[in-house]
Design a binder for this molecule. Structure first.
Ligand SMILES: *[C@@H]1O[C@H](CO)[C@@H](O)[C@H](O)[C@H]1NC(C)=O
Length: 322
C-alpha cells in the first residue's frame, strides 16, 4: 500500500435504496417477508430433496445444493440491509465491507459453477441417457459440488488482496445497499483503468465464460433432441426453459455489473438485487413447474405438520408416513 495515501477509511456509508422516510418502513416489511420466503422456500427444497427417496437423483441433489447456495447468497447482506431501513446511519465497517465482497464472490462464483453442473446433468440425461447412471454417479455429483465451492473460493481469494490494499483518499459513500468490488474500488484513488482491468479480467470474464458454456450446452441439448423426435424436443424444452430463465435472470445482472463496471445505468441499483431475486426465483421456477417436486413437497409439509402426533403413534403406523 502506498504510504503517501495516509487517509484511512475505517467505515463506509451505504446510501441504501432510497432516502425517503415513508418508503423505509414499506421496504422494511417487503424485504423482511421476501427474506423469510427465501429461507423457508429453499429450506423446504433441501428438506424435501434429502428426505424423499423418490428424489434421490443427481438432478435433485444438485438442486438441493443450489438452494443451499441461494440461502447463503440471500443472507450475507440482506439482513443488514433490512435492519438498515430502520436506522438513520447506514454504515458498515471496513472489514465488514471486505467480508461482503468476499462472500458475494464466493457464493456467486459457486452458484455459477453449480448451474454449469446442472446443465451438464441435463446434457448427460438427454444426450447420453444410456450412460447416465454411470457418468452421473454419486461421486461425480459430490465432486461437482466440491468443485463449485472451490472455484468460488479461488475466485474470491484472487481479488481479496486487491480489495484489501486499495488506497483510499477519504471518500466513503457507496450508493448501494451492500459493498461490492466495483463500487468500493471506485472510491479509491487508484486509476480507474487499473480497477476496470482487474474487475473485467476476473469477474467479467468469469461470468461471460460460464454464461457462454451454459448457453452452448443448452443449444447442444436442443439440437440433439431436435434430431430425435418432436415429442422429445417438447419435453426437453420445458425442462430447459426453467434453466434458461434462471440463467438469464442471474447472469444478466452479473454481466452488466462486471463487464462494464464503471458505466452507470439508471437501473444499476436494481441490478444488485440479483442476490435476492435469484434465491426467490430458483425455488419457484424449479419446483412449481415440476410435478414430482410438488408432490414430494406436499408430502414433506404434511409429514412435518403431523410429526408431533406421529411421535406418539406406534412404530408400525409411523412408518406409513414415509
Ligand atoms: C449437497 O452436497 C453435499 C456434498 O456433496 C451433500 O452431502 C448434500 O447432501 C447435498 N445437499 C442436498 C440438499 O442435496
Amino acid at each position: 500500500m502506498d504510504e503517501v495515501n495516509s487517509s484511512v477509511v475505517s467505515e463506509f456509508v451505504l446510501l441504501g435504496l432510497s432516502s425517503s422516510q415513508e418508503l423505509q418502513l414499506f421496504f422494511f416489511i417487503f424485504f423482511s417477508l421476501l427474506y423469510v420466503a427465501i429461507v423457508l422456500g429453499n429450506r423446504l427444497i433441501i428438506v424435501t430433496v434429502t428426505s424423499d427417496a423418490s428424489l434421490h437423483s443427481p438432478m435433485y441433489f444438485l438442486l438441493g445444493n443450489l438452494s443451499f447456495v441461494d440461502i447463503c447468497q440471500a443472507s450475507f447482506a440482506t439482513p443488514k440491509m433490512i435492519a438498515d431501513f430502520l436506522s438513520e446511519h447506514k454504515t458498515i465497517s471496513f472489514s465488514g465491507c471486505i467480508a461482503q465482497i468476499v462472500f458475494i464472490h464466493l457464493f456467486t462464483g459457486g452458484e455459477m459453477v453449480l448451474l454449469v453442473s446442472m446443465a451438464y446433468d441435463r446434457y448427460v440425461a438427454i444426450c447420453k441417457p444410456l450412460h447416465y447412471v454411470v457418468i452421473m454417479s454419486w461421486r461425480t455429483c459430490t465432486v461437482m459440488v466440491m468443485i463449485s465451492w472451490a472455484v468460488g473460493l479461488v475466485h474470491t481469494l484472487s481479488q481479496l488482496s486487491f480489495a484489501m490494499n486499495l488506497p483510499f483518499c477519504g471518500r466513503n459513500v457507496i450508493d448501494r445497499f451492500f459493498c461490492d468490488l466495483p463500487q468500493v474500488a471506485k472510491l479509491s484513488c487508484l486509476d480507474s483503468y487499473i480497477i476496470e482491468i482487474v474487475i473485467v479480467a476476473n469477474s467479467g470474464i468469469f461470468s461471460l465464460s460460464t454464461f457462454s458454456v451454459l448457453i452452448g450446452s443448452y443449444v447442444i441439448i436442443l439440437v440433439t433432441v431436435w434430431f430425435k423426435s418432436s415429442a422429445a424436443m417438447a419435453k426437453a424444452f420445458s425442462t430447459l426453459a426453467a434453466h434458461i430463465t434462471v440463467v438469464i435472470l442471474f447472469f444478466g445482472p452479473c454481466i452488466f455489473i462486471y463487464v462494464w463496471p464503471f458505466t452507470t445505468y439508471p437501473v444499476d441499483k436494481v441490478l444488485m438485487f440479483y442476490t435476492i431475486f435469484t434465491p426467490i426465483l430458483n425455488p419457484i421456477i424449479y419446483t412449481l413447474r415440476n410435478r414430482d417436486m410438488k408432490k414430494a413437497m406436499r408430502k414433506t409439509v404434511t409429514h412435518y405438520l403431523r410429526s408431533q402426533k406421529v411421535s406418539q403413534m406406534p412404530l408400525a403406523m409411523r412408518n406409513s408416513f414415509h
